[in-house]
Design a protein around this ligand. Structure first.
Ligand code: GLC
Ligand code: CA
Length: 598
């Protein structure tokens, strides 16, 4: 018997857990600086990306759901941040089993979000302000309500049958595959209509598309071309490493899963036999024709395999984001439970420095601490108590905006928005939390323990409405919001932050401007970690053409000192999140200091 609870949690945890390096690194010569090296200039390297969860940004019609008209009405605010690119979570037609990650029509807009005419206005208004738009591309799976799937399930001989992965029941039960977001943990669902099972790595409402079928690939490329012709500037590609499957579906034994969960991912799911062939084909048929950017959600990728996606010579994608950073501090073998001891800053530094070195000579990295799948940055990585919330939000923002790699900044982090920490399961909306709760309940597990853990790790923590002002629904809606507004909107909101010259908001604007003013150093310059065993302070330099900047970040609630070994006698402070900073190495709680050395 499979331990279903464990297996189901594995799938989600696997995206969180660092994967063992199983594959050999790319054989290409990594030491030579080529024209595709890290100092090769590209607009998407110099950009700051601002991610907006459209459901929670601005409602325009009082139905409690954010929409495109609302978003368009707030573009001046977005522009005021100085960001260059907006990444929007999926806005296509969807029955919303997984908030838009289950698409029923790729060529239409979700009715709650508006119409294609609203989209055209939004895109034009973004471009008018010099903001580019990156859309979410969800093509590992679609919705079971997509016409392709309706056709496919209708009969074994339907022309769309092979658009999905079917397993005829007369062959017995298919070999186990994990199905994230399923109460029973299984990635196969039995469909009595044709006496067959279909594959879904996520919920049964998200059947996996069969990329081994060339017709499927052509449909997807044509759809992408239509969006590029409309003028979108790029795609963030949802779980793209999963698209190719070994369709013989070899058995993953219970023994193997027990001993090597991570290897199972890399071997069976995140690294299919034709993955890179398909990405190269996509590049030839679509991506290479436009001046756009692409970002892979690098689920199941490691430091050893990441370069295969973004090596410019391979002509696949531009950037990828890893899960090693955001997995730090979780307890192994449990569903998203934080280690009560917190996380180790030394390990944190090692992870981000290790990933920087992957792209030191070739390719390009990314940096993020929050998104719609993660809790709020300040709660998870800083300190959301009233005493330290602003200082630690500013400190973490300093990290994001001074590292090498394109920053992906999550909306609301510029206000220091925090986790909402729901007490009751009834307040949650996310399929992941609801189904995991049901699963634990069905097994007689500890529900209170689960709910306590979710206060820190649940995805809904970062999906609550954006806090514009101190009014009842924070200026987000005049109706009833689809998910509760955080009560701390009374103090944490744009209106208050605009008025306070020391707010996180103003500080983040300065950081974004600084990254642009010092582009040679802060975007393209070399990164060097200093004082790596220091358990409290993260120190590093960025340098280019003999010009050097030093960044000092105190991650703790106590005063702490950096020991960089550098001569700081002539150092000048460029930015600090405390008033009246010294130019030395002593830091106050969560202090962030940027110094110029020559
Ligand atoms: C990605 C998305 C996540 C979604 C999942 C299934 O991880 O970021 O929100 O639930 O894919 O599409
Ligand atoms: Ca609305």
């Amino acid at each position: 018997m499979m331990h279903l609870n464990r297996i189901a949690t594995f799938f989600i945890m696997a995206t969180l857990i660092t994967l063992a390096a199983c594959n050999t690194p790319t054989e290409k010569n990594q030491s030579s600086q080529t024209s595709s090296g890290p100092t090769d200039r590209k607009w998407w390297k110099e950009a700051v990306v601002y991610q907006i969860y459209p459901r929670s940004f601005q409602d325009s019609n009082g139905d409690g759901i954010g929409d495109l008209k609302g978003l368009t009405s707030r573009l001046d605010y977005v522009k005021s941040l100085g960001v260059d690119i907006v990444w929007l979570n999926p806005i296509y037609s969807s029955p919303n089993a997984d908030n838009g990650y289950d698409i029923s029509n790729y060529d239409d807009i979700m009715k709650e979000f508006g119409t294609m005419a609203d989209f055209d206005v939004m895109l034009a208004e973004m471009h008018k302000r010099g903001i580019k738009l990156v859309m979410d591309l969800v093509v590992n799976h679609c919705s079971d309500e997509h016409e392709w799937f309706r056709q496919s399930r209708s009969s074994r001989t339907n022309p769309y049958r092979n658009y999905f992965h079917w397993w005829p029941a007369e062959k017995g039960k298919p070999p186990f595959r994990p199905g994230s977001f399923e109460v029973d943990g299984s990635g196969w669902r039995y469909d009595s209509l044709t006496n067959s099972y279909y594959l879904h790595y996520f919920s049964y409402k998200q059947p996996d598309l069969n990329w081994e079928n060339p017709k499927v690939r052509q449909e997807i490329y044509a759809m992408m071309n239509r969006w590029f012709k409309k003028g979108v500037d790029g795609f963030r590609m949802d779980v793209i490493p999963f698209i190719s499957k070994d369709t013989t579906f070899p058995v993953i034994t219970e023994k193997f899963l027990k001993e090597n969960y991570n290897g199972a991912w890399d071997q069976y799911m995140g690294n299919g036999p034709h993955l890179h062939e398909y990405l190269q084909e996509m590049n030839r048929e679509v991506l290479s024709k436009y001046d756009i950017m692409t970002l892979a959600e690098g689920a199941g990728t490691t430091k050893a395999t990441a370069m295969n996606f973004v090596d410019p010579d391979r002509k696949e994608l531009d950037m990828s984001y890893h899960f090693e950073g955001v997995s730090l501090g979780y307890l192994p073998g449990e569903f998203k439970q934080m280690d009560p001891k917190g996380y180790s800053l030394v390990a944190f530094k090692e992870i981000y420095s290790g990933w920087d070195s992957v792209f030191a000579n070739k390719g390009w990295g990314t940096i993020y601490l929050g998104n719609h799948d993660q809790p709020r940055m300040v709660t998870r990585w800083g300190n959301d108590s009233p005493e330290f919330r602003e200082a630690s939000s500013k400190m973490l923002s300093t990290f994001l905006l001074t590292m090498r790699g394109t920053p992906y900044y999550y909306f609301g982090d510029e206000l220091g928005m925090t986790n909402i920490k729901f007490d009751r399961i009834e307040d949650y909306r996310d399929i992941e939390t609801l189904n995991m709760y049901a699963q634990i309940k069905s097994k007689g597990g500890d529900l209170q323990h689960f709910l306590n853990g979710q206060k820190i790790s649940a995805r809904d923590n970062s999906r609550t409405p954006f806090q514009w002002d101190a009014t009842e629904n924070a200026g987000f809606t005049t109706g009833t919001p689809w998910i509760k507004v955080n009560e701390n909107k009374k103090v944490i909101n744009v209106a208050a932050a605009e008025k306070d010259p020391n707010s996180t908001l103003h500080y983040v604007r300065k950081l974004v401007q600084l990254r642009k003013d010092k582009k040679d150093i802060l975007v393209y310059g070399k990164y060097t970690l200093l004082d790596k065993e220091n358990p409290n302070v993260y120190s590093y330099t960025r340098e280019s053409n003999g010009k050097k900047m030093l960044i000092l970040l105190n991650f703790k609630t106590e005063n702490a000192a950096a020991h960089t070994g550098l001569d700081l006698s002539k150092a000048r402070v460029i930015l600090d999140n405390y008033p009246a900073p010294s130019a030395g190495e002593e830091l106050r709680p969560y202090e962030a200091r940027i110094l110029e050395l020559d």
